[in-house]
Design a binder for this molecule. Structure first.
Ligand code: UDP
Length: 236
């Protein structure tokens, strides 16, 4: 039995690169999609927000020196590309997926309409939310918190390279240990980076827990959904 009925998974764009330096690594994408497929087969309703950092970021790389809002719109369009690729892979893997965009590009994807998204989820379709929040100066972490709250997800699952929140950076400090559970307040006091500040504040206000886990650890997503000891739960 899954511990959650409805979840929102936040995947970073960078996770799609695999070992490549740019873009989408096909094998990595297929592997990730299979992990998501497993949890849908448990009967869990799944929504996904995907980032765009593997293609374009509003505050780094090729955007340096650009008008920030313009660069951010480019970043949001990058998330649309990732969302299309993700949904396409999902279909190839036998899943039913729908992409909904926060920015109107109706020839490409349908617009985000909350009741429609809820309907798809109830029908067991995976909903991929594209174009972040639709607003510059935000991130896809914030889109994940926002959509998670809107659809009544029980948890936001933040997929990272590290398998949870640690007492210190485990790459730099070998004695660092993983928190199993931590409150929002403790995370603030200890200055632990969980999600960006806007996303974190929104989840905290809405009492929407965040589970940090590694998407690169085989089976971790399934263990999270089954309520097993995996990753770190940030809660009220
Ligand atoms: N972005 C934005 N508003 C949003 C979400 C994203 O302007 O609501 C832009 C922003 O420029 C960001 C880029 O899209 O740098 C890609 O998103 P993000 O950096 O969150 O992707 P990730 O780090 O998860 O790959």
């Amino acid at each position: 039995m899954p511990a959650y009925k409805r979840i929102l998974i936040k995947l970073s764009g960078e996770a799609l690169m695999g070992d490549d330096s740019f873009g989408i690594n096909r094998a990595t994408m297929v592997r990730m999609v299979r992990e998501v497929h497993e949890v849908t087969q448990l009967g869990c309703e799944v929504a996904v927000v995907i980032g765009g950092g593997n293609i374009f970021r509003g505050v780094a790389g090729g955007s340096v020196g650009m008008d920030r809002a313009t660069a951010d719109y480019m970043g949001m369009l990058a998330t649309v590309m990732n969302s299309l690729a993700l949904a396409d892979t999902m279909r190839q893997e036998g899943m039913t997926a729908r992409v909904m965009s926060a920015i109107a590009i109706e020839q490409v994807v349908e617009p985000y309409v909350r009741p429609k998204a809820l309907q798809y989820l109830e029908e067991g379709k995976v909903v991929v939310f594209a174009a972040g929040t639709g607003n510059p100066f935000f991130t896809t972490d914030t889109a994940a918190a926002l959509r998670g709250a809107e659809i009544g997800a029980e948890v936001v699952l933040k997929a990272t390279k590290v398998d949870g929140v640690y007492t210190a950076d485990p790459k730099k400090d070998p004695s660092a240990t993983r928190y199993t559970n931590i409150t929002f307040d403790e995370a603030i006091i200890k200055n632990l980076q969980v999600m960006d500040a806007t996303a974190f504040a929104l989840c905290r206000d809405q009492k929407l827990p965040i589970k940090v886990f590694s998407i690169f650890k085989s089976g971790a997503l399934k263990r999270v959904v089954l309520g097993e000891d995996e990753g770190t739960l940030v809660h009220v």
